[in-house]
Design a protein around this ligand. Structure first.
Ligand code: TEU
Length: 559
């Protein structure tokens, strides 16, 4: 029976490589995670989403899988995995694994077979085409890879090209082959039987490609319109639901790059029996992006408008609430900018404005202590996307190197991947050895020990927020009403359920801002639930909000 437990769950994302290293090799691992289970319980999360831990040559840090049924040796063993699952479950925390099924590693056995000859039984597991032009020397179409350059690679063995929407070492699986879809369902069932509670499905909206793979002219990702929610996407998701997800008390969340709010209900409405939820990127994408040379400041009215549209989806559609993940730079510099000495207040203001909306909130490791971006030298980037960008600009447009450096300084995926800051020691409590990537020098001030000790710390704030949220049907299912949509400084909304109301107010600026109580709250008793300042007014009313002051009030209830 599916209980849809995700409707009242807060999920914590772990990027295992950077979370906690137990054996001093500088790389986070499963035993490191096991040592932090009490920490997760103390925070009060209901589930963990674990970025990939399967065998992988690590071209893209595990998002290139070479064996779906085994654990990457750097991360540990199957016994470690079982112990971790038991430890999570003993603490009432569920486990969501990352299902990377749009592509595999080129070192996966399927691909080794596939590339060996045109009549190998695995040939059709991937997308092979003959080249175009005289002697077939041009790629089969003009699509570009998400990681720069053409989306096709020529393979001399059989003199054909294979499609890779990401790195060259990440060939796309051919989901039009029913055998491939059966393999994926079997893989899900294998992990369910090991106790896993659900899947975060990597770029799952890309799995169905338009037949004929036509040339495209969209920018910056040429071809996207021919594979984002392609013609058979819904049929394939429903089939996976029937063959796997529906058989367990599971939850699924799909990474839905290229999907707008208008398309979302068709992907996640409960009646469709496909995915349970998706991550849309409309609210994060208009911030700073690779393709935008100059990083932009947050456009708050637009941000609110996008979020409000997702909130307005039917109640049979579960939104996701997130600002960070392993592909995004940190939310503080990105959504707030110039917070100066008010880092804690700013982090709390962001948390309040996001986590009282309807939906499943996600906290990315380090967000709960307000980790920030890191300054990197060119040779300190570890992400293939950053490395490719620097290589390409050096080769083709050296004069533009400054621009690329600037974009990376704001938007590189590396910012989210610096090791978790547990304490102020040399290895940040992350490792005793040499870390696989740079530790943010600010770990001497920003770290878990400090945050847990501080009575006004961000950690304790998140813990209180999660406690309040748990089981609170007003937060879980109440209606969302955006107030002052055009206001460029304040994010204000109400949640209502019958006669009950919550008022959520967040100042997104480093200035004082006048606040006027929304009409629906006037002349009503109110009580403060949570705020970013210790001495925020105990009842709601017209006031001047301090920089990053944010508060949640129960309305209609007296103090
Ligand atoms: O991400 C897909 C994806 O579209 C992002 O890489 C996107 O390009 C990036 O967010 C822009 O900021 C998923 C994984 O989350 C990512 O880590 C993998 O690299 C990628 O798929 C390939 O598996």
């Amino acid at each position: 029976m599916r209980t849809r437990w995700y409707k009242d769950a807060v999920v914590y994302q772990i990027y295992p490589r950077s979370f906690c290293d137990s054996d001093g090799d500088g790389i986070g691992d499963l035993r490191g995670i096991i040592s932090k289970l009490d920490y997760l319980q103390e925070l009060g999360v209901d589930a963990v989403w674990l970025s990939p831990i399967y065998a992988s040559p690590n071209e893209d840090n595990g998002y290139d899988i070479s064996d779906y049924r085994s654990i990457m040796p750097e991360f540990g063993t199957m016994d470690d995995f079982k112990e971790m699952v038991a430890g999570l479950h003993a603490r009432g925390i569920r486990l969501i694994m990352d299902l990377v099924a749009n592509h595999t590693s080129d070192e996966h056995e399927w691909f080794r077979q596939s590339r060996s000859s045109v009549d190998n039984p695995y040939r059709d597991y991937y997308i092979w085409r003959k080249g175009k032009g005289k002697n077939g020397k041009r790629p089969p179409n003009n699509w570009t890879s998400n990681f720069l350059g053409p989306a096709w690679e020529y393979d001399a063995q059989t003199q054909e090209y294979y499609l890779h929407l990401f790195a060259r070492k990440q060939p796309d699986l051919n989901w039009d082959n029913p055998k491939v879809r059966r393999e994926i369902a079997d893989i899900c069932n294998y992990w369910f039987e090991l106790g896993v509670d659900g899947f975060r499905c990597d770029v799952i909206t890309y799995v169905s490609k338009t037949p004929g793979l036509p040339d495209a002219c969209d920018v910056p990702l040429r071809g996207l319109k021919y594979y984002a929610i392609g013609p058979n996407y819904h049929a394939y998701m429903h089939e996976l639901y029937l063959n796997s997800w529906s058989k367990y008390d599971s939850m699924t969340v799909g990474e839905a790059a290229g999907v707008s709010c208008d398309d979302a209900p068709s992907c996640i409405d409960e009646t469709r029996e496909e995915l349970d939820s998706i991550f849309g990127f409309e609210h994060v994408n208009f911030c700073d992006r690779f393709c935008m040379v100059i990083p932009r400041k947050l456009n708050l009215p637009k941000f609110k408008r996008v979020l409000a549209r997702w909130q307005a989806m039917p109640k049979t559609c579960q939104p996701t609430l997130f600002l960070e993940n392993h592909d995004q730079s940190r939310s503080l510099p990105r959504f707030v900018g110039d917070y100066g000495a008010l880092r804690k207040e700013a982090a709390k203001s962001l948390a309040i404005s996001m986590m009282f909306q309807r939906g499943t909130p996600y906290i990315y490791q380090g967000q709960e202590i307000g980790m920030t971006n890191c300054a990197f030298g060119d040779d300190e980037y570890r992400d293939i996307m950053s490395i490719n960008a620097l290589k390409a600009v050096t080769k083709y447009a050296p004069l533009c190197k400054g621009i690329v450096r600037n974009v990376l300084a704001h938007a590189a995926r590396d910012h989210a991947r610096t090791p978790m800051q547990w304490n102020a020691s040399h290895g940040a409590g992350f490792t005793d050895g040499a870390p696989w990537m740079k530790i943010n020098p600010n770990h001497t001030e920003i770290h878990v020990e400090e945050s847990m000790r501080d009575p006004d710390g961000i950690f304790g704030f998140y813990r209180d927020l999660l406690r309040y949220r748990k089981g609170n049907d007003l937060v879980i299912e109440g209606d969302f009403v955006l107030e002052y949509p055009k206001d460029k400084r304040l994010f204000v909304y109400r949640r209502t359920l019958g006669a009950r109301q919550l008022l959520v107010i967040a100042n997104y600026t480093n200035r004082k801002v006048k606040f006027r109580l929304p009409a629906a709250c006037v002349d009503q008793p109110s009580a403060l639930v949570l705020s970013s300042y210790r001495d925020t007014a105990p009842t709601a009313g017209d006031c001047v909000l301090r920089p990053y002051e944010a508060a949640v009030y129960e309305i209609g209830k007296s103090t």
